[in-house]
Structures are given as structure tokens and as C-alpha cells.
Design a protein around this ligand. Structure first.
Ligand code: AMP
Ligand code: MG
Length: 473
């Protein structure tokens, strides 16, 4: 059987101003690090031999049926609007259609494009493996996300602050790469025809039931509300919630300086470029509402009456915080074993989180210990702070049936801990991919107890703590 991807490209049929057709730039010596066979099967891909796939997933050989292009978009970056962004280091090869589903297949780190601005269009091995592990972990946690299909090294150095680093390319799969910033791109140019074409495309691809732009907005708001609540429930901090990194599909996308928290604190920020904590853990629900307001603004020209549009859109966006709160509460109820709703639940959860923050409790391990009956109190600097809460919690639990099973399904034992990710990258740079492969194996079943992987569940020792994460640029 020969290597093949069932391409059926629709974005390449959009008007020319939506993208620039450009082939990936070949690299010196592509070598396959990993290929995601399970995902490939879902996508209807027939695998080839390693060399063939290394050539395809580095961009050295454009696979049959691909029509590579770089997408144009705009976006608010840290609140400031850039009317012209776009894939500066990515090529959309096309869309694979299988089992009635359509997925973008995109190379990331595959060379400069007209949207590269000052960048080199490349990625080094660290961010490529980071995105591979984090996006696959996110998927295994049950959270909508782009996926990783393949990673290759290029055999070429990439120059970054640290010096020369091994270059790599990630093949990313997503329901689509349509961003809030894609709508902003056309709205900023008052290109209503382009906006309409993008709207029709998005509705057909993601929201076939939407009958107007208000419907589309409502549907995206619902998916994003749920997504951000899910991030909160696993302690995930995206790190760069710019509107160009917010999808219409409701999938997590653009893993840059993102991170999962170790010890819990609502103000946690890891990203080196987020100096003011705009995208701190606890700010994410506010930021996504702001991003949806930007989407709403871009959608106004699609409605026949601007005044009516603004009135309807405002109502939808204003209702979003309550929607997030509801999703959040459902998820956090589950995390403490509650399947029913009572009035005091939110206060009970809030009380636990306050005590965790004050006592630097490990987010993942505290909740997991509730599920397994482990010593949750040991996670707290002052264990008595937990004991007081536990009394109230045990009383509330009496109204619940099998809370343990509910908590086991809601509270992962394993997350991609920053220090393990950094150690994995350091090993890979030295040519040892065993930690990368092991992380992927363990994180593919995050809700299972895996006694052999206890080391991956441990929080970092003081000397291992990662204080900052960096984007791949
Ligand atoms: P991000 O912060 O990853 O969302 O990227 C923001 C913008 O910068 C996007 O338009 C990227 O395509 C572009 N960009 C990031 N890194 C590079 C790079 N190494 N070369 C060219 N463009 C880049
Ligand atoms: Mg981005």
C-alpha cells in the first residue's frame, strides 16, 4: 500500500485574497520522529515508510492531492489590533475527508511565507515536541483541540536567543484553522463580500444549523464557553489568547507558551511575553468574552440592520459570563464528586480553591486525591486547612451516589507537567526521544492509575520548577 492522504480541499477554492498559495520550503535532512498512527487511521491516511513520511511531513515532497497555502488573518494581539497576520510559518496542505469529517492538515515550521514579517518561518524541536505532547494530552483529557499527526527533524539549525537549535516541523490536524482573526481580516478591510464568503464557509463546515450571523455567534460562544471552562478544570493556561488564536470551531489551538499549573494560584502566568498577566489562569473566562465581542464586531456587516445586529450580539456576549460560570460549576462539581446541584456548592468549591491557593496545593494531585481517597491534606502547607473543608465536603457528599467514580473520571492523575516537558525536550535535543515517547504513552490515559509512572505525577522539586514558558517563535 502506498502512502496517501484523502485530500478534498475546500479552502483552496475560496477567493484568492483568503490565502497565498505557497509550497513548504524543503529542508536538508528530514527524519521522522513520530507518526500518530491512530489519528492517521481516523483521517483515512494510508501510512507509508518512514522516509516517505519524513519527506511529506517536512514539506520536502508535497503529497498527492495537497494544494499548499498560507492562510491570511488578522487579530488582536495582547489587545492591540494587527490587520495583517497570517500563517507565517505554516502551510495548510489541504483537508483530509474521511468518515464524513473534514480536517485541516497543516505543516508548522515549514518555511517563510508572505506573512512571515520578521520571522524565519521555522520552528525548533522544543516547541514542536511541546505542542505534540500538550495537544495529544489535551485530547486524551477529553478537551477539544488540534491534534498532532507527525513530527520530523529537519537536519537544519534554527537560530534563536539560545543559539543554534535543531529544526523541526509539526504536522497539525484541526477541525479548521478559521480564527476570530480570520473574520477580523475581512471586517477590517470592509470587505463584506469576503466576510460573507467566510461566513458561508464557516457555517457550512461547522454550524450547518445557523440561519444568520447571530446564530453563528451564539453557537461559537457556547463552544468557547465550554472550552474555557474545561481548561479551567484541568488547570490549563493557554498563555496567548489573542483573537488570532481563538477558533470558530471551539478547538484549542496554537500551543505556544501554554502550561498546566502545578500548585494552584488563580494569578498564575507562565508565558514570558505576558508581562502584565493579561492571560493569567483566572483571567481566561474574561478574555474569551472579550474575544467573542471582537468576533461580534466583525460579524455586524453580515446582518441586514446594524442596530438590530448590535442589540442581538450584545445580548449574546453579555450572557456569556453566566454561561461560562454554569459550565465551570458543572465541571468543578464533578471534580468534588457532586452530580446533583445544591445552593452552597459554588461556595464549597470556592472555599477549597482559596485554601489550595493559600497552601500552594498541587492542583492536579489535590483533586486526584479526593477521587482516590488519597491523602489530600498532604498537598497543603497547613494540612488543617484541608481538614476544615473536608468536614463540610463529607457532609455534602452524603447526598451523592458513587462520587468516587465521578471524581476519577473528572480528575486526571496525569497532566503534562512543565518540568517533565522541559526535561523531555532537553533529552530530545541530545537525540534521546524515549522521554517524549513515554510522556505520550502515559498521557494517553490520564485518568488511569499508572503506578509505573508515579514519577510523572509528582510535582516538581524546588530545583525543577519551571517559572516561565516561551513561545516557539
Ligand atoms: P503565534 O504567537 O504563534 O500565534 O504567532 C503570531 C504570528 O506570528 C502568526 O502570524 C505566526 O505565523 C507568526 N510567527 C510566529 N513565529 C514565526 C516564525 N518563526 N516565522 C514567521 N512567522 C512566525
Ligand atoms: Mg497563532
Amino acid at each position: 500500500m502506498t502512502f496517501s492522504i484523502p485530500f478534498d480541499n475546500s479552502y483552496a477554492r475560496m477567493p484568492a485574497r483568503f490565502y497565498t498559495r505557497i509550497d513548504p520550503k524543503p529542508v536538508a535532512a528530514p527524519r521522522l520522529i513520530r507518526f500518530n498512527r491512530a489519528l492517521a487511521a481516523d483521517l483515512g491516511i494510508t501510512p507509508g515508510d518512514d522516509d516517505e513520511m519524513a519527506r511529506a511531513f517536512s514539506g520536502n515532497a508535497v503529497p498527492e492531492g495537497a494544494e499548499p497555502l498560507a492562510q491570511a488573518y488578522a487579530g488582536h494581539q495582547f489587545g492591540g489590533f494587527s490587520p495583517q497576520l497570517g500563517d507565517g510559518r505554516a502551510n495548510l496542505l489541504g483537508e483530509a475527508v474521511a468518515n464524513g469529517k473534514r480536517f485541516d492538515i497543516q505543516l508548522k515550521g515549514s518555511g517563510p511565507t508572505p506573512y512571515s514579517r520578521m520571522g524565519d518561518g521555522r520552528a525548533w524541536l522544543g516547541p514542536v515536541l511541546r505542542e505534540y505532547v500538550l495537544s495529544e494530552a489535551m485530547h486524551a483529557l477529553g478537551i477539544p483541540t488540534s491534534r498532532a499527526l507527525a513530527a520530523v527533524t529537519t537536519g537544519e539549525p534554527v537560530w534563536r536567543e539560545q543559539g543554534a537549535l535543531p529544526g523541526a516541523v509539526l504536522t497539525r490536524v484541526a477541525a479548521s484553522h478559521i480564527r476570530v482573526g480570520t473574520f477580523q481580516f475581512f471586517a477590517a478591510r470592509r470587505d463584506v463580500e469576503g466576510l460573507k464568503a467566510l461566513y458561508d464557509y464557516t457555517v457550512a463546515r461547522h454550524y450547518p444549523d445557523a440561519s444568520d450571523a447571530a446564530d453563528l455567534l451564539q453557537a461559537v460562544v457556547e463552544r468557547q464557553a465550554r472550552l474555557v471552562a474545561q481548561w479551567m478544570a484541568v488547570g490549563f493556561i493557554h498563555g496567548v489568547m489573542n483573537t488570532d488564536n481563538t477558533t470558530l470551531s471551539g478547538e484549542t489551538i496554537d500551543y505556544g507558551p501554554c502550561a498546566f499549573m502545578d500548585s494552584y494560584h488563580p494569578d498564575t502566568v507562565y508565558s514570558s511575553i505576558d508581562a502584565h498577566g493579561r492571560y493569567a489562569y483566572s483571567s481566561q473566562p474574561d478574555v474569551i468574552v472579550w474575544n467573542m465581542a471582537q468576533l461580534a464586531t466583525a460579524l455586524v456587516p453580515l446582518m441586514p440592520d446594524a442596530e438590530v445586529a448590535v442589540e442581538r450580539f450584545t445580548r449574546i456576549v453579555h450572557a456569556m459570563p453566566a454561561l461560562i460560570r454554569e459550565e465551570w460549576l458543572t465541571l468543578f462539581r464533578r471534580k468534588i464528586g457532586l452530580g446533583t446541584a445544591q445552593d452552597g456548592d459554588e461556595a464549597l468549591i470556592g472555599d477549597l480553591l482559596t485554601r489550595m491557593a493559600e497552601n500552594r496545593a498541587d492542583f492536579t494531585n489535590t483533586f486526584r486525591a479526593l477521587a482516590t481517597g488519597g491523602p489530600a491534606r498532604d498537598q497543603f502547607l497547613n494540612p488543617a486547612a484541608f481538614d476544615e473543608w473536608e468536614t463540610a465536603w463529607r457532609t455534602r457528599l452524603k447526598a451523592e451516589e458513587d462520587p468516587q467514580a465521578r471524581m476519577r473520571a473528572a480528575n486526571p492523575a496525569f497532566i503534562p507537567r512543565n518540568h517533565r516537558v522541559e526535561q523531555m525536550i532537553a533529552a530530545a535535543v541530545e537525540g534521546d526521544f524515549a522521554p517524549f515517547n513515554r510522556l505520550l504513552e502515559v498521557l494517553s490515559n490520564p485518568y488511569d492509575d499508572q503506578p509505573d509512572a508515579a514519577d510523572l505525577a509528582r510535582p516538581p522539586a524546588p530545583s525543577e520548577v519551571v517559572k516561565q514558558t516561551f513561545c516557539g517563535t
